[in-house]
Design a protein around this ligand. Sequence first.
Ligand SMILES: [Zn+2]
Length: 244
Amino acid sequence: MDRDIRLEAVVTNSRPVGEMHRSVTLFSSTMGLVNAVVFGGRKGKKAALAPLFSYGTFQLYYNPVNDSYSITEEASEFTPTGIMQSLEATYTASYFCEICSRVGADEHCAVYNLLRRSLLILDSDPDSHRKILIDFTWKLIQISGLATDLKTCPSCEKQYAHNETLFFSTQMNTPVCRTCADTDRLFLMPGSRKYLQFTLPLSIEEAFKVELYESNQIRLRDFLLGWISHFAQGPLKTLQSGLL
Ligand SMILES: [Zn+2]
């Protein structure tokens, strides 16, 4: 095994190790999640290495003796400035990182790209944290292979009426018609459904520019977070804050 590794990655977690060092979690395009130590990462020159929510190309050293990685260098492409100025935006970024760590195992590259681009949008417009949360979650649902065209019920194959409200099947993990639903906790109003259909083929940058009214944003956020949380199998720490 090669001991020097190069990774394109996002820093999804950063925590102190003793007085001197830092441990970070990276979400990489090729290996998914990797934990690595920044020796001397709490003070001096190394303190600037691998800040939370940044991304770039990392040079890692693998130590086979204790099966661990350390970061030796980083060519940073992005360091957040706007995200940290708002508590909601910080929580939104933490949610992005937490959910990607949970569901991104099979699609490293696509999830990495979505995470990186969503952090960039959030950083440039932290006040629109709810809108980017919606667009990000919808794209992640698509990458995870859960999205349907929202035109016909995947259970009974009935075509939805124009103004029909959709419900949810926890068994199939997808929106369905009222008859096929097994919970009434999650529902998708016609306006929100139209938004999801319209943004389905768009890139995250294009989707972010599509307007969505405040009241629709709240309903759609609740639906998409319910959907992805169900897929993630278990509560998400970042959603328990009540800030998102
Ligand atoms: Zn049905």
